[in-house]
Design a protein around this ligand. Structure first.
Ligand SMILES: [Zn+2]
Ligand SMILES: [Zn+2]
Length: 643
């Protein structure tokens, strides 16, 4: 159903003149190629035209009953393929604007008043629902699209033909492909004045009232005498009472609260009832970000153009996939409305969207006691009956499946930082994340490793400053420094561009490993220690957004007087970060055959010669003649040989 919430279709609005000369029925169609096959007209039962046409006719009473019956049917069910198609002849006719033939008009249950114009031209030969209806009411069938491989005969058709084909029984359009004739027929309708091209936009109604306590009150009063009366502006806002009794009974608890529900009608002064439904929370969440830009602004509607011009649009929207249609759609709709009112200057509320994945975990079940929480299934046994636990599918964490982890337990056992780094490390944010106890353990171990390397070096690097940009280094210290700057570069790009905290974290892990692997410098080796200090400082600042608690602690013990969250993001030096050697791929006719490392900036001819001299390549080139050697700088050498 949701796929039909919004949409845009290109088609024609076609006039079907009434047979008695009184006006015309307008129909929206995207299938004007089938217009010559339209043999009857269907009108949504609740469409006002139905009662208009039935008025004074012999079947008027029957029509009233039919309409009442259809109104009670579920809209979604009515239009489904399998629902019984019901209809009633309205004793009226219109005319097909292309054939001039009379078309009987029916009220039908499977046409909806809020779709298109609420009237549908029925082409029984090429629409399955129309076909079933025509069979039931014995209405004429005219084939207008013939498939290429067989010949359709209305007398023997058992279902509608809904695929492509060639037009027949369609006047001057005969012989054309139905997919290519749409424009020609649209032109013809426009020329003869019986139709025009149009675009139909669909936006399903949004029922904003909810029978519940939370949500903004709907400022309306129901009076028996005056109907629905808005709460006067001076009495706004209507404030929710706090002394409601929440029960599990359903319905709004506000209705039971007399001092809220009972009020006076602002119009006649008589006793009246306040609306006790509240608004869907999407109503306010569709524009709260605008209000956040100017929370102190008192003029109605509480939105200050100057501030909105400064802050809006929102740079980044992060939300679960469940927001992809509803909240995003409503928020955009609000923005466009506020723009049209001149309240806001932007067309779109959000610049970027990140749809995060879900946290998933395997489910656990006891054959007798059903789903089990992880703590009820210790060591693979049900806590109640000691039966073997059945490990089920990995599913989105939910209370009903009991495949949830209590964050309090994690925080008590490992601390909040472990929980945070595990979640961010386990998957890129747009992917689902599979919970893993080993992963949590691993994250905990990494934070411990980080802590240890700090404490090991702390005394030696406390009074050391980081190296100057132009410090000349050799060997492993040069390598560590390069790694530090490469790590800063990678983490910056991964987080800034893609929110890929997982690869950012693994880069910092590599840096920490590299520090572990290097031989510990002597206490007097200030140069080497300054490289270590730079590396450790970078690691802390880079991890601070991910594991703020441990990062703050480490930052302090390094001797900083200000908080790490106030420290500026580290900058990398491109020259220091750049590799001295690069790996070049060697291809033969575009296929990867070998690799080699070359110094950065090596001359092209030398690289080509080295590629041809590569041991593996040499062997492969023995019996073939080389036609061309192409070098794509810093990437690959492709050797083109005669096949
Ligand atoms: Zn009243
Ligand atoms: Zn059990």
């Amino acid at each position: 159903m949701q796929k039909n919430w919004i949409g845009k279709s290109y088609g024609c609005e076609v006039d079907f003149p009434m047979a008695d000369g009184n006006g015309a029925i307008k129909v929206f169609t995207t299938r004007q190629d089938t217009l010559f096959g339209a043999t009857f007209m269907l009108v949504a039962a609740e469409h006002p035209l139905v009662m208009e046409l039935a008025k004074g006719k012999s079947s008027e009473k029957e029509v009233v009953q039919f309409v009442e019956k259809v109104k009670k049917q579920d809209k979604l069910m009515r239009t489904s393929e399998y629902y019984e198609k019901e209809g009633l002849f309205l004793e009226s006719y219109c005319k097909n604007p292309l054939t001039g033939k009379q078309m009987p008009i029916y009220a039908a249950n499977f046409v909806l008043a809020d779709y298109g114009t609420g009237c549908v031209m029925a082409v029984p030969t090429h629409d399955q629902r129309d076909f079933e209806f025509a069979k039931k009411f014995n209405l004429p069938l005219i084939v207008v699209i013939q498939p290429k491989n067989k010949k359709l005969d209305p007398a023997t058709m058992t279902e509608a033909y809904v695929d492509e084909g060639i037009l027949v029984n369609s006047g001057q359009f005969d012989g054309m492909e139905n997919t290519k004739v749409l424009d020609a027929i649209a032109d013809f309708l426009e020329a003869q004045g019986s139709g025009k091209r149009t675009i139909q936009y669909r936006l399903r109604d949004w029922g904003i009232s909810r029978q519940r306590y939370w949500g903004a009150p709907i400022p309306m009063i129901n009076c028996d005498k005056c109907g629905i009366v808005p709460v006067p502006e001076k009495d706004l806002p209507v404030i929710l009472p706090e002394n409601v009794k929440l029960s599990s009974e359903g319905g709004s608890p506000l209705a039971a609260l007399k001092e809220f529900a009972e009020t006076k009608c602002p119009k006649c002064g008589g006793m009246a009832k306040r609306e006790t439904d509240t608004m869907d929370t999407f109503v306010e969440s569709s524009w709260y970000f605008d209000r956040f830009c100017c929370p102190d602004f008192d003029n109605k509607p509480g939105l200050e153009r100057k501030k909105l011009d400064y802050w809006m649009p929102v740079d980044q929207y992060i939300g679960g996939v469940e927001h992809a249609i509803l909240h995003l759609l409503y928020a955009r709709f609000y923005t466009k409305m506020l723009r049209d009112f001149g309240v806001i200057g932007v067309d779109e509320p959000f610049t970027n969207l990140l749809t995060q994945g879900m946290v998933c975990k395997e489910t656990m079940k006891c054959s007798e006691h059903g789903y089990l929480f992880p703590e009820q299934a210790a060591e693979g046994k049900c806590h109640l009956c000691q039966k073997e636990v059945i490990i089920g599918k990995t599913e989105k964490m939910s209370k009903s499946l009991k495949n949830v982890i209590d964050p309090d337990y994690l925080i008590q056992t490992y601390g909040a930082d472990t929980a945070r780094i595990f979640c961010l490390f386990a998957a890129p944010p747009e992917k689902d994340l599979e919970w893993s106890d080993q992963g949590v353990e691993g994250s905990f171990r990494f934070l411990n490793r980080l802590w240890r390397i700090f404490t090991e070096y702390l005394e030696d690097i406390k009074k050391i400053t980081t190296p100057a940009a132009n410090m000349t280094l050799e060997g492993e210290w040069k390598n560590i420094r390069r790694k530090t700057h490469q790590t800063i570069r990678k983490v910056t790009v991964d987080i800034e561009d893609r929110f890929h905290f997982n690869t950012a974290i693994s880069a910092v892990m590599e840096l920490v490993n590299a520090i572990y692997l290097v031989e510990r410098p002597a206490k007097e080796d200030a140069e080497a220690l300054s490289v270590i200090r730079e590396a450790l400082e970078a690691a802390v600042v880079l991890l601070a957004p991910i594991v703020p608690h441990i990062a703050e602690e480490l930052w302090q013990i390094l001797g900083h007087k200000t908080a790490v969250c106030d420290a500026s993001w580290p900058e990398f030096n491109e020259a220091i970060a750049s590799e001295e050697e690069i790996t070049i791929v060697i291809q033969i006719n575009g296929k990867l055959r070998s690799r080699m490392t070359v110094p950065v900036g090596e001359n092209t001819e030398k690289i080509k010669a080295d590629a041809l001299a590569d041991v593996k390549i040499k062997a492969l080139l023995e019996d073939v003649s080389v036609k061309k050697v192409i070098y794509v700088p810093n990437k690959l050498v492709n050797i083109v040989v005669a096949q």
